[in-house]
Each structure stands twice: as structure tokens, then as C-alpha cells.
Design a protein around this ligand. Sequence first.
Ligand SMILES: Nc1nc2c(ncn2[C@@H]2O[C@H](COP(=O)(O)OP(=O)(O)OP(=O)(O)O)[C@@H](O)[C@H]2O)c(=O)[nH]1
Ligand SMILES: [Mg+2]
Length: 443
Amino acid sequence: MADTKPDKPGFLSRLFGRKADTPTVPEPSPTTPQAGGEPEAMPSPPTTGADDLAAAPSTVTTASPDTPEASKTPPELAGADLQPVEGLDPEGTNPQEPLPRIVTEQGAELRPDITAADLPAFEPAPAEITPEAKPAPAHGWWQRLTEGMRRTSSSLSDSVTGLFTKRKLDAATLEELEDALVQADLGVPTAMRITEAISSGRYNKEISPQEVKAILAGEVEKTLQPVAQPLVVDRSKKPFVILMIGVNGAGKTTTIGKLSQKFRSQGLKVMLAAGDTFRAAAIEQLKVWGERVGAPVLSREQGADAAGLAYDALQEAKANGSDVLLIDTAGRLQNKAGLMAELEKIVRVVKKFDPSAPHATLLVLDATVGQNAISQVELFQKAAGVTGLVMTKLDGTARGGILVALAEKFRLPVHFIGVGEGVEDLEPFTARDFAKAIAGIEG
Ligand SMILES: Nc1nc2c(ncn2[C@@H]2O[C@H](COP(=O)(O)OP(=O)(O)OP(=O)(O)O)[C@@H](O)[C@H]2O)c(=O)[nH]1
Ligand SMILES: [Mg+2]
């Protein structure tokens, strides 16, 4: 992928970030999860075959009945566990009653009658989201990224300046630099490679902090280059099924909204599945996004079987000729076996409908979690077969260095980075930009 960067007019004037120029979608308050709380409370309906999955009632809606009250997931909730839903059987031992249909205020109980004719018209478009294809910049995403990475880059920068100003390169200096790089979450192998590159041919000589930063950026870019891959929608798969997974509050639902917007702007017909059936607010949140980006949302009542819903959504998306189906899922801690089994079940059931699906399983990672991302990738990969990563919240107080360690360890494609809460705040991942942001190289 080419590392094209947008022009950055007025860079200095915008250095301190922009005011949100795209309104953010209000987030409903999540059910307060308790960190480390014990009960594995995802409703676990009885194991179902594909036949009875399709029988449960679902609703396709093109409009949200209500705009949920705006709130943000506080950082401390990210990675927290789920709360039990009252009245549900967390063990999944009792069969659930068939759920009543949901009818929106508009009476939008469209399923099973929805047809392609009910959906907005679409233009044919290229199916690959690349940096070249993105809309004109003007959102200051680079400023947001560099600001978000400031914590990492300035601590690295301080170390580099402290270590390399008017000092000859020796073993102690290199060791200290390696420590600083590991501290910045870059991982031991990358840190070693960087220090080797810096020392090569320069031992016992002076090297300027600027030179060190340039080598650092170059080595980080080398590590990231192979994983910086666009998300390619295979148009021969109709629908192209994207499953979004991750821990609580990572940004799955928001990223679905942002991605849908990109797909829609490329003329793709998009459908959403409200697979986070755990919280009513999560269903509403997805409906708000669906309404905003013009994508119908298939939902069931809170507590419904997420796997069954995914199956329904596939059927529906196939029937109405959708190009892309994005399936939202409930956030879950990667070390909760019961919740991960639920995810496995969703994948299994989706495969019953289409053995090649999900065509992309995107793990959404919150850039502020640091090292925990490693076990998230490991365990979500095992349960659901991650095909690509999206790292969100790189505009906050990010610990983006972890992306370098992940690239080194897992070599999974990184498709996008989230740099804000707005619908446009999702950027294709480019190795050079990210490497420069880490090294604190401007522009
Ligand atoms: N600053 C910033 N905030 C983000 C970004 N992506 C998501 N958020 C915010 O993070 C919070 C959680 O996002 P959600 O999309 O609800 O996360 P989720 O993974 O769906 O959460 P659960 O459904 O609870 O598991 C919301 O307040 C989002 O607006 C990002 O790139 N930058
Ligand atoms: Mg969500």
C-alpha cells in the first residue's frame, strides 16, 4: 500500500488539534460493567442448529426510534467484564421462550418483506478502501494522531535527546535506548533491531538525536510496512461479511458506523446486524449509526441469541442484495472462556450459511490499553480467527507503540486507525505516518 499522505495546509496553526468538525454520534450508556466481576453473564441460549436459528423473529429497521442519551464509555470501563442481564439464564440451561417481534415507532417491522427496492439507490464503486480513495483530508487526522501519540513520542524523544546529545555511542547508551523503546511498548525484538541499526558502523562515534529519530522511524516503518494492508471487499461475495469483535468499549460499534460510511460513500449497499444483544442500549446505538449512514439494521430483542441473529442477518442481506454485512458483537474480556465460546458459536453458525464467511473478522483494539492488546489478539484469534486489526483511540493518550509489537509478533494486517469519535475519524493505516508519529517527526 502506498504511503500517500494528505497535504497538511496550516499545519502549525492546527497543531493543537481541531474542534470536532463532524458531530459525533451519541453513545448510549453501557450497562455498567464491573472490572473483574465474576459472572460470565452473556445470555447463552441453548445450542441451536441452523434450522431453528432462522425461526426467531428479527427486525430490520432503517431508522432509529430514539436517539439514545449521549454518553461516553469511561476509559476505566474498557476491558471490564459484562453484567448479568436480569431474568436471563446465564448458564444457558433453560430453553428461551421465542422472543416477540420488535416494532419500531415507525411500524418498521420490515422483515421478511424487505426487498432491494426498499433500500436507497447505490452507485457502482471500487471495493477497496485505500488511502488514495479516502475523501480530501481537512480533518487534521495527522494532528490528532501525533497529539495522541505525544505521550509515547515525547518520552522517546526525551530519552533520545538525553542519551545522544554530545555523547559517543557506547554499550550503556544503547542499553538505555533499548529500555526506552521497550517501555514505549515497541516490543523486545523491534527494540533490539532498532538499537542494532543505530549502532551499526557508529560505535564510539557521535550521533545526533535527529539521526537517531530518523533511524528509529525507518525501522518502525519497516516493521509496520508488511501489515499495513487495506481492507479489500471481495465483490464476488455477496454479502461480504465482516464480523467485529473485541473487548468492552474498544470501539467496535463506532468503527462499524465509520466503516459503513466509507462503504456507502463508495456506493456499496451495506447492512448492519445488531449482534450485541446483551444490552438494549447497544442495539439502539447501532440503529443510530444505521440511520445516520443509511444502512438498514437487523436487530432482535435484548437477550436474543447472537448467533441466530447473525444467521438471520445473512439470510436477509442475501435476500436484499447487500454488498456488505457488518455484524456487531458484544464486548467480552478475552480471558472469559464462556464469552469466547459464544463468539466461536457465532462464527460456526455464520459458516453454516456460507462456509467462506465471515470474510473478514476484525479485532478492534483500544490504543490506550498497551500490553494487554497482546493477549487480546492471541485469544480472539484463537476463538474467532482474526483476519485484521483496527486500532482505535489513537487521538487520545494512546500507547500506539504496541501496534509495532503486534506487527512483529502476529503479522496480522492492520487496516484502519481510529482518530476520534466522528464518522470520518477512521484512517487507512499507513506505516510511514505511524512510524513518524512514534518517532515524533513532524509533518
Ligand atoms: N477518542 C476516540 N474515541 C473513540 C474512538 N473509537 C471509539 N471511541 C469512543 O469509545 C467509546 C466506546 O465505543 P463503542 O464503539 O461503543 O465501543 P464498543 O467496542 O462497541 O463497546 P461495547 O459494545 O461496550 O463492547 C465511545 O464513546 C466511542 O465514541 C476513537 O478512535 N477515538
Ligand atoms: Mg458496541
